[in-house]
Design a protein around this ligand. Sequence first.
Ligand SMILES: [Zn+2]
Length: 158
Amino acid sequence: MLTWSSVPPNGTPHTIPLVRVPPHTAITGTILSDQMIGTWVHFYGGRSYPCRGENCPACEDDIGSRWKAYLHILQDEPPRQIILEITEHTARALADQTDGLPSLRGIRVRFSRRHPRRNAPVDVRLSNTHLPADSLPPSLDIPSHLERIWGIKRKRSS
Ligand SMILES: [Zn+2]
């Protein structure tokens, strides 16, 4: 069940794109989120479709779901803010490498596909550089932003 707030945060641009790691280019940047946050997502109707829980049409059609995690990142090139979608595999790798840290914010990261294929595993590398949190743009309320991107509305139950 999605129970995220629908109130957008103050002062945040609402054009922050949802991005996956492309096959040929690494994504390098600085994490703005304090932590990653994830939810169950189907691939349904030709697009990512977050699981609605009860009365989810994708579940009713027996479409499998995968857990995806999201991070707000200040990308180096092109310089812009993004929400990066990562798989459970990559999320675990990131969690392993950041174990014990109180926050991910300010950590420099690089995500790249192991092979130049769209669905190849994504490796994550952290750099030792850690930018001071107060020199960075504010972190985004990822759930409410994603719900807007996904166009989540209350569905009529039939
Ligand atoms: Zn579902």
